[in-house]
Design a protein around this ligand. Sequence first.
Ligand code: ZN
Length: 449
Amino acid sequence: MVESTEEHVVVHIGLDDIDSPFNGCTTHFTYMFIKKYLLMNENIEFIDYPNLVRLNPSIPFKTRGNGAVALRIKVRKPYKDVLIKALTNSLTDYINAYDVKSKYSPGVAIVEGNIPVELSRIYMKALTDYVHIDYLRNLLNKVNNIELPLGISRGVIGALAAIGWPQDTDCTYELLAYRLIGNIGRERCIDWNSLREVDVKYKDYVFNNYDHVEDVPLVAPHGSDPVLLGIRGNDPEILVKYFNELNLCEAVDGWMIYRTNQGTDAHLVLRSIDDVRPYRTLCVETSVKSRPKVLRGAHVVIEIHSSPKTYAAFYADTSLTNVARDLNVDDEVIICGSVKQWSNNTNVLNVEKLYIKRKIIKEIHNPKCPKCGKRMKSLGRDKGFKCVRCGFKSKEITKDINISIISLNSLHVVKTSKMKHLSKPLSRYGRERKCSYLIPTSKWIEVYV
Ligand SMILES: [Zn+2]
């Protein structure tokens, strides 16, 4: 990581919760701020791509997509205060212009110099658990190189978590193209056929941009989001080619590439079965306690061995229900997802990934005739069996039960269109990598207007 020098100071800027229900979003503000103040600015130098850091998707009052942003830059020392002033002024303007509602609490955090270890902890907690505002207050008492120009808010948690995202972990990239202000709210004009074709062309380098099974594009958000589209992939240079080969029938303001924890399963940490709590994201190693129960709407629920009582829910639209319906009692599994609490206070794990380690296969047949070997016929419940070949009858004889255990080690994931930003798609298994981050801005941002 780049260190501060006599003339320069390394500054990390964290931003979160700059959303409103209908307009604006944290990444759009980031793009607008970089475009206006940081490009071609000789006082600053980027030492990383802008980071788009996804946090716990199961927190109910999250912003859309629950993504926070971190900017990592080297600033000429006398310019630092000017920069922070520009940041807070732009933010105020943005909030007014885009009607960022008071329900959201924009968070800005600035860290100068080395990133305190406490920030990697708040990242892990904000990624996989619920962070209470007192946790934040406690952290702020311990660390002295954090500035909060807008004060304490829930958004500061995400802002600090984004800064604390560890640099040496698996990561991916996303190119976000922003709409012209006048187009925001209008129907998006993208040639979906070109998207499908380009996606096939670069399929080894990109993920979750197009669901080719269901023939559904996944790149465009809905409604009045200022993002026209987002292309996710493992290689930033491919993303630029991909974007340039698309047929867009509307002009864009520009695009920017983020380095991100999307598609990495960072949120699925292995926890003990005793650590299942509402709002946590996790994987647990357990076994099936009850036979699958099919609920109204074709959702499937099983109870797993745990204390307190925990159910695993497989939703009908995730494509996991077929596998779930075939689970047997005592099957050994690893189940991953996020924990919700249902109205009767039971914990329910909404399953994103199911790994079946060992499966118990129970085969039940009518008994074979002890005299002639032919399979016998049941005479009805508790009435015994009769051989149709030799006529032998018995009430004592019982059914043959054959139990076989097979090691499956099979992995099942929700279908592409239902995947969360953080979920690792099957195509990324074996392609995990640490990203490089010292690159010139010309490689990751393009401004057209
Ligand atoms: Zn017989």
